[in-house]
Design a protein around this ligand. Sequence first.
Ligand SMILES: Cc1cc2nc3c(=O)[nH]c(=O)nc-3n(C[C@H](O)[C@H](O)[C@H](O)COP(=O)(O)OP(=O)(O)OC[C@H]3O[C@@H](n4cnc5c(N)ncnc54)[C@H](O)[C@@H]3O)c2cc1C
Length: 743
Amino acid sequence: MKKSARVVVIGGGIAGCSTLYHLTQEGWSDVVLVERNDLTSGTTWHSAAQVTNFGMNQTMVGLKSHSINLYKELANDPDHPINYNHADGGIRLANTEEQMQGYRHFASMAKGMGIDFEVIDAQECQRRHPLISTKNLIGGLWDPHDGDIDPYQLCHSLARKARKAGAEVYTDTPVTALEQYKDKTWKVTTENGDIDCDIIVNACGYRVNEVGAMMGVHHPVASMEHQYFLTEDIPEIAQAGHRMPLLRCPMSDYYCRQDKGGLLIGFYEQNCKTWGMDGIDPNFVNALCPDDLERVADVLDGAFERMPALMNAGIRSIVNGPITYTIDGAPLVGKIPGKENAFCIIGLRAGLGEGGGHGWLLAQQIVNGEACYDTWCLDPRRFTAHANVEMTSLKAIEDYQNEFRFHFPHEHRPAARKAKTTSLTPIMAAENAAFTVINGWERVEYIKPSEDFHPSLSFHFDETFDIVAKEIINIRDNVGLCEVNGFNRFEITGLDAENFIDRMFCGNITHKPGRVGLGYLLNDFGMVKSEATIANIPASDRGSTRIWYGSAAASEFHDMDWLTQHINADEDVHIKSLTNDQTILIIAGPKARKVMSACSRDDWSKEAFPWLSVRECFIGFTAATVMSVSFSGELAYEVHVPNSSLYAAYLALSESGKEFGMKIFGSRAVESMRLEKGFLSWKTDLLTEFDPFETGLDRFVNLKRITSSEKLPFKSVLKMAQNRSLSASALIALTPLPMAELH
Ligand SMILES: Cc1cc2nc3c(=O)[nH]c(=O)nc-3n(C[C@H](O)[C@H](O)[C@H](O)COP(=O)(O)OP(=O)(O)OC[C@H]3O[C@@H](n4cnc5c(N)ncnc54)[C@H](O)[C@@H]3O)c2cc1C
């Protein structure tokens, strides 16, 4: 066994094999995979192995398309072809108009990725899948590329190709310990010896937290038991004369594909079960959980009704195995929060279909620092300190029970709520607030007209439209108050803090005491990485001169990683997160100045406190830091207060606001106003797939400053500007070179 390698991938399921293969495709051959038993001996060997193209966003659709194209290539390998039933097609059924609207939405989104889904009626569903009845069916979504693959052959094919490119695979080699050296490289201890390496990848499936514990990390991943059965041959399938398409039913929560002359039917029962919460038997290898068809009886009835031919089919075998889940159902693929040179590809619940694509995007991140798609929806840093296995298990149960029911816009499901609250949460609830969840924080969405108000879920404007409009009108005419909790806030201090900020941002950022600036951070390819406000707070009895860096609520781990990894060894820069310590109260509207004046002795006139100013003051008797900035487009103040005095500040502001008609507004009003104003939102409009010019941020880029220093991490901006007619993502797609060659 090798004594050292550039990367050690731990785990030989689809996640590990795909990562290893794609690392070699990116040009890294000094890479190793270590597997405690045999390849595929975790979940992968018994997967139903359906490969679909459907995804909730463009990154998911794109990565699944990559899987499909890769699997086709592997299936057609002249020396070692593998079994891949490609393009049997698949139908997602619908029995409500809202589901059909959702399918139309997804079909239109996928079209932008070059994938042609089709929305079809009930009769067409039946024509394409002759075993189904049209009873209580409106129609469905047709995915032309759906199919299924042999998981064992797939992983061995990927490993074989990786080996051919120089990688090594060691089976029967359990990893027993991980140690990080001072220089941030790793020692991987296995039962067969140690391997020193630059980078480690956790691809350990349901044993993710055994390996996580070896490096002091608690990954928010939990496992559920999941069952399918295989039937004897069904004569109706033979009569149809073609392979049956895949089927997914959101009414009765089952999926189905053809297997030999019969069907494979998998169930997502309501009475579902977590697995392995109190540890996993070390001998659970190539193993299954005990059958329990009783548990799926409710779902089975729905499947029988939809496919009557099933009732006469004998069951050939039953499979019950662990499947991993995360808090939002999407896997964790990328950098491990708070760790250097450590990545993960975990929490895969549709790993066979997606694994090809996830390994592709992860290898790009490892080798180039970024992938060709924006990978925020997969980024392990999208959850912060509140995320743990206990919470994940509750969300996993909820997700499992709603497996094929997609989230509607503004749908916030109830499991594991109230993870992060402030002293105002019950106050807002008493005001009839509807809450949304942002990075675990309960944030007011809008004020409901009555306690039992429940808007319908759909892709159309709903009953909340007029409610939100009223909140906005009051801000336009009077003044509103909005609590923004969990807003990301770092305090940056040190002798080199200003230089550091200059280096990290692509434009000029003011360092004038008492002034606030907005700026953008770009990645190594000159693409938009983050957006932040920089507030320069002068020294006072509350502290020495300091910079406050404010960015999107979910960006805490992401931005902290990016900033800290760019502090040079000889720089005096200190970054402290205040995200969980401070909350913002926004006062917005033409009468905002009057409200501030009524509860604070400072001069709030335009002259004394102009736009983009910051000052320390008192709101009532509460020490606050106030900025004159606005995300709504109206005159507005951000009142930053420590959480311990949030309620006192709220009382003072509410009292002063009374005579000016101040009302509470929520995040939906903010979203509407910022759209109207054309303000951009991180990870909605600001993506790593676009450079600042494509994003419309020309005025925030100082090309002169950027080209004057070779040390800048975003030296490719100039090149991007010169290539304005061709976006960087297009460049990546067109060039046969690995991304790093783009520099
Ligand atoms: C019943 C069922 C049906 C499914 N159907 C589908 C489907 O139709 N389509 C689909 O896309 N997905 C499906 N899935 C999900 C899919 O199978 C999984 O997402 C996928 O197999 C997960 O792969 P993995 O590589 O992440 O994990 P695993 O396959 O579990 O691989 C992890 C590997 O890590 C190894 N390992 C663990 N600890 C160590 C250690 N300390 N040292 C070295 N190695 C270690 C393990 O031995 C294991 O081989 C299904 C899952 C189940 C349970």
